[in-house]
Design a protein around this ligand. Sequence first.
Ligand SMILES: [Zn+2]
Length: 395
Amino acid sequence: MNPESVWIFLGLLFLGGAIGFYAARRPRPSTIGAERVRGNYLAGVNFLVNEQPDRALEAFLRAAELDGDTVETHFALGSLYRRRGEVDRAIRIHQNIVTRETLEPEQRGQASFALAQDYLRAGLLDRAEKILEPLTASGPHRMAAMRHLMRIYEQQHDWLRAIEVFRELDKSGKSPQEDAIAHYFCELAEEAHELRNLDEAKAYLRAARAERRRFPRGALVRTDIAIEQRDVALAERLLASVMTQDAALAIEVLPRLMRLARAAGADGDAVAARLVAARPDAGSEVAFAAILSDALDFAPLEQLVRAFIAQDEIISGLVRAIGRDPATLDSRAVREVAVVLRRLAATTPRYRCARCGFSSINHFWQCPGCKSWDSQRPLLRFDLVAGLERGHPPA
Ligand SMILES: [Zn+2]
């Protein structure tokens, strides 16, 4: 028996004992019925001990059918199964509770909520959604049901409904993350932008700004529109504001900076120099992002990357090993080193969530691990060893 089974076994022994005690004390219409319930429990425990979980489940469900007094036991059993990852069994237990006719409204709510959690765990979002929606009307599971629904709408990219639920939660001071709503509006703005509905995109960005005045992601989407509309001055101002607010977003800024500098024509170098100067303390972030997004076409960026190469002990050591001075590499050599670093980086995590530690190769606004918004931070070092161990990335 594995350690978890031991705990379940001990827990059920206790529960079985308690039920027996309860059945013996309480005057019941049929002591034979109580005996059968107890027998089924003991059979269930026996099957568990013998690693026969399906037969154990059947025995427990039979006991549940015979005795309406054991609802709490079945809740405990259902959540144990879910925690063990045996979601199908948890679903069967909770479905069994929900379909009982003689259930108190409170217990029905609890069973529905538990079933919704099982469905979420199983990835059956539609089913979970159907059960959670009525629970948001009232009752003790109202807030938790809304929080789950918000996550479901996020996963379904149903941003309008996510906004509705967010506002409801916010009214009660229970929104899980303040900035989430501004991100929802940005998602809508990005969708509208992709469909070339620029007025609609701008309206959503205004809504995002109304929720949060200084919101870098909104500024980035607005920058895209400004560059397309050749509003170079606005785009530069927006990118400078993003850099000032959060240098970790350099990875989002650099590709735009390149497009903007190209759109500025002969002023490209000057635009790049001003944006780099917006955060003189963030040279590493900008250089890292410039390498990853192949943004070396402008002199100020190339200089930053050269400095980055010279500062990194391992990279500069490798450059010295081939007989070159890292501080005086010419443009071509800087580019060649950048290409190698970019290819290595393509196979190793470049971002880590500050909240849960989830690491990824690409930048996400919402952490795929813990679902926090804005929690990813760039790892400002190239993991040369891991990159080399994984072999050649696809070209
Ligand atoms: Zn996370």
